[in-house]
Design a protein. Structure first.
Length: 449
């Protein structure tokens, strides 16, 4: 089998036959050329052929994950969700799941492992009485929260079950939290007209202010504290929206080769820019701003530090930046959150290009997923899947089970071949994902220089 890692986290184990079946269905559905898929072989593969197949599959999956017209399709999401369930041996199992608001309020849900992130988000939104038209402005995030700060691991996507992904994350303090799912701060205005959405914006901004992600001046900070104490949410938001770094996502301190190698920096991303604050020994603060429209492209690099420990690797985000007219320079950030940085950049560019609302032309269609036994097929992706799941659920309910009612860029970091529980990987290797071209780069004009 092959272990698939998405956005730096183990997702599932699948066999070649399952990937081939998926590819054959995708070929029928897709109107654009697909990346090369390794062909079937009549005879057993040699060790070299096995490694060639793994590398080809890795390239295939990474390319699909970085092609917006493919990585948004229901077929891919359904395949990955089903594979995650099969790997965990929990298909359509009901489990308890706690989801938190940014003020620490806990909401207990009963969810099925077959429900993806959007369906779980909808349950939360209905629980909070948020009108359905506002669902798309929010998302679920996996966060490690400390006493004074928080570390965002990832935004949960439609190819995964939140309850299963939570189990795959090897940190005990991880929470699933509701947060904003947009970069354009003008969206706040319409959301503030609804009391539930207003409260969600308020608790998030108050939490970010407490973490020092938002940096008001001394006078603004005193007023904001008074507004929080008085519960004046709208007035608080009107003021905090004008404060420094509102609408930005802050990352943990890391290292960058700009302006010189091994510079310790604090990275924040928002308002169509990547901001670097240099953390110097003399406590002086130097700041550099990189506009996304001047980034020609970027890439994620995975650096393997050994073969025995599969988790022993580091990540780098490198982007090619237009420093001056006709002068491009590569800048590299070494961070465990490099993938989240990449996803954030892509999200801003998608909004900038007004590509956030991609039509899902394949809604309602259904396909099949072949189980690891190579024989059993189950429907995925449409009404047939729903009917099949209802049948299975009814069978379980007869045994006394409780009844319950579902921007994206995926970075497929690795595909590892697994034989008898062993993982095969190269020692001390380094792997580049395909370079992500910035479609907003052409929008730059002379005034930007």
């Amino acid at each position: 089998g092959y272990n698939i890692h998405i956005n730096g986290l183990f997702h599932c184990t699948v066999r070649y036959k399952q990937l081939l079946h998926f590819h054959e269905q995708l070929t029928k559905e897709s109107s654009q050329p697909l990346p090369q898929f390794p062909p079937k072989k009549l005879f057993p593969l040699t060790v070299n052929q096995q490694e060639e197949r793994r590398l080809c599959l890795e390239k295939y999956i990474q390319t699909i994950g970085q092609t917006s017209t493919l990585n948004n399709c229901t077929l891919l999401n359904s395949f990955l969700l089903q594979a995650q369930q099969e790997t965990s041996e929990k298909i359509g199992v009901l489990e308890n799941l706690d989801i938190f608001l940014q003020n620490g309020q806990r909401i207990a849900l009963k969810v099925s492992t077959s429900e993806n992130s959007s369906r779980v988000l909808k349950k939360i939104c209905r629980n909070l009485n948020l009108p359905p038209e506002f669902d798309r402005y929010f998302a679920l995030f996996a966060i490690i929260e400390g006493e004074t700060n928080a570390n965002i691991l990832r935004r949960l996507q439609d190819f995964e079950s939140p309850v299963l992904t939570l189990g795959n994350i090897n940190f005990s303090a991880v929470k699933i939290v509701v947060g904003k799912n947009y970069w354009e701060t003008e969206n706040d205005v319409k959301l503030m007209e609804n009391p539930v959405a207003l409260n969600l914006l308020f608790v998030q901004a108050a939490a970010e202010l407490k973490r020092r992600w938002i940096l008001p001046n001394v006078e603004e900070e005193e007023i904001l504290k008074e507004l929080i104490a008085e519960g004046r949410k709208r007035d608080f938001l009107e003021l905090v929206r004008n404060c420094r770094f509102y609408g930005f996502l802050q990352f943990a301190p890391c290292f960058c080769d700009y302006p010189e190698p091994n510079t310790r920096v604090l990275v924040t991303i928002g308002k169509n820019e990547l901001n670097l604050r240099m953390l110097l020994e003399n406590e002086e603060e130097h700041e550099s701003v990189f506009k996304v429209t001047r980034m020609r492209c970027w890439r994620i690099t995975t650096l393997h530090n050994g073969a025995d420990n599969s988790g022993d690797y580091s990540l780098e985000l490198s982007f090619e930046y237009l420093i001056a007219r006709n002068e491009l320079q590569w800048i590299t950030i070494a961070s465990e959150q490099a993938i989240l940085m990449s996803v954030s950049l892509q999200g801003m560019i998608d909004e900038l290009l007004v590509k956030n609302s991609v039509e899902k032309k394949d809604e309602g269609k259904s396909w099949s997923y072949i189980m690891r036994d190579g024989q059993t097929k189950v429907p995925i992706g449409g009404d047939e899947e729903k009917s099949w799941r209802e049948e299975k659920k009814d069978e379980k309910e007869d045994k006394g089970r409780e009844k319950t009612g579902r921007e994206k860029q995926e970075t497929f970091t690795e595909v590892r071949r697994v034989v008898k529980g062993k993982k095969f990987e190269k020692k001390g290797s380094q792997q580049h994902c395909d370079i992500m071209e910035n479609n907003a780069f052409h929008m730059i004009g002379d005034d930007d220089l």
